[in-house]
Design a protein around this ligand. Structure first.
Ligand code: EPZ
Length: 422
């Protein structure tokens, strides 16, 4: 398994280009199942999760052709010859559950393995299933698989989500586009990835209103056409790299960044003493003084502070002046980066969903282990500003969500390299 070695190397300067959003691409790809016409995605990120989704769609009979070194995904699901998403693929990536709604909507039947939990929590899919039942689906759980049927096709209905779920909103939205009649989704997720999916579906001929708000209304249509759609910029990659100059000093411009994608995050950066300015090509970030001020953070569904940036912000606050409190309200076990940061000298007290961080003057490089995608990158950020060398192992977690991280960070002056262990 590969490792990444980072050595603190002073202020950073230059530009980092931000890729298309992993979490948008992972829901845009299953949308190809809704139409027999080709769907082409541009600005796609080159990530292992995208390869896994391509493998899953291929196992169903869809074709996914990577063009321009993977930045373009030309997809066609004209001949679906298999309606079962196997456990072997689904267990590798929970977003596989997003083929359920489209397959059911298009052909009236689907069998999808339950994804199982992951490092950050149990992550059930009950809200996905209840949403599809509200559209008339008949579901049966057998041998770890969801057997879904909609013999006469799905019918429009009202879906009331008791809590905000990004994936369940996406499954419901895609399924509703081909349901007979009107569907209303209440307490829908408002993430930019939902808006991006809706815009792609509208290009395919779907009738959708209210995307980006808590209530989405869909008028079902008989069929959807093909389309070409650019994947929205990855707001989590954007926020992650915004923290690099905040940690190390200097100034970095994030190409493709937009304030509207990271509103709540920028408010917290401002509180911590970090300036973010919009440029012609993106966002430029520099810290106001040579220290960061302690702040309090609570993760919330969009437009609140994103849970996917909690680990990265915690790493920054380990070197802030004062005591910060981070509340993780979305997932039940998303502080696994804390013990690894403590190996670097951080002072963190975790009590349930609350982490209290007492800033230290200087983090110290150390061997640390990545436990999940966002934890892995928080350790690299910490290593950028630590004294001495930090070796992050199990970086396969990183490859799921960050393309060319070594190239992007060394391009702005970081001392970082990847070593291939046997
Ligand atoms: C999406 O996961 C993202 N993944 C996650 O990003 C992100 O952290 C999460 O949304 C929250 O923003 C993708 O888009 C592929 P949820 P998702 O359904 O859809 C509970 C990353 O690092 N819940 O919004 O799985 C759930 O347990 C990943 O890129 C149910 O109880 O998240 C959680 O506590 C990590 N029942 C809360 O809702 C359900 O049926 C929010 O989960 C579904 C979810």
């Amino acid at each position: 398994m590969d490792s990444i070695i980072v050595t603190g190397n002073g202020p950073l300067s230059g530009q980092i280009s931000i890729a298309g959003a992993k979490n948008a691409c992972l829901t845009l790809m299953p949308a190809t199942l809704l139409s027999e016409e080709p769907l082409t995605l541009t600005n796609a990120p080159r990530l292992s999760d995208i390869a896994t989704m391509s493998e899953l769609l291929g196992s169903l009979g869809a074709e996914v052709t990577q063009l321009q070194d993977g930045k373009v995904l030309a997809m066609s699901s004209h001949d679906l010859n298999n309606h079962t998403a196997d456990y072997d693929i689904v267990r590798k990536m929970r977003a596989s559950i997003l083929v359920l709604g489209p397959m059911l909507a298009r052909d009236g039947h689907a069998i999808v393995s339950l994804p199982g939990g992951c490092a950050i929590g149990a992550r059930p899919v009950d809200l996905h299933l209840r949403a599809l039942e509200a559209l008339g689906a008949e579901l049966e759980l057998k041998d770890g698989y969801v057997h879904a049927k909609a013999p006469g096709g799905l019918k429009g209905g009202t879906i009331d989500f008791p809590l905000v779920s990004v994936g369940a909103t996406e499954n419901a939205l895609m399924a509703a586009t081909l349901a007979k009649g009107t569907t209303v989704i209440n307490n829908a997720a408002r993430e930019p990835e939902i808006v991006d999916l809706a815009e792609c579906l509208q290009k395919m001929g779907a009738q959708i209103e209210g995307e980006g708000t808590s209530t989405i209304t869909i008028q079902g249509v008989d069929r959807l056409n093909g389309a070409t759609h650019p994947v929205v910029t990855d707001r989590i990659e954007l926020g992650t790299y915004m923290l690099a100059p905040a940690f190390c000093g200097g100034e970095v411009e994030l190409l493709g960044g937009r304030m509207s994608l990271v509103g709540a995050f920028c408010e917290k950066l401002d509180e911590a003493g970090i300036d973010v300015t919009e440029t012609d090509h993106g966002l430029s970030v520099r810290r106001r003084h040579d220290h960061i001020k302690a702040i309090n953070v609570t993760t919330e569904p969009f437009p609140g502070f994103p849970t996917d940036l909690q680990a990265q912000m915690m790493a920054l606050l380990c070197a802030a002046e004062g005591v910060s409190v981070l509340e993780e309200t979305i997932f039940e076990n998303r502080f696994m980066h804390a013990p690894e940061l403590m190996r670097m000298g951080a002072q963190i007290d975790v009590q349930g969903g609350t982490a209290t961080v007492t800033g230290v003057k200087q983090l110290k490089g150390a061997p640390v282990m990545a436990t999940d995608l966002r934890a892995s990158v928080s350790l690299i950020l910490a290593g950028l500003a630590a004294e001495g060398e930090t070796k992050v192992s199990r970086v396969y977690h990183l490859d799921r969500g960050y393309e060319h991280v070594v190239r992007k960070l060394s391009g702005v002056g970081a001392n970082i390299e990847r070593i291939h262990n046997s």
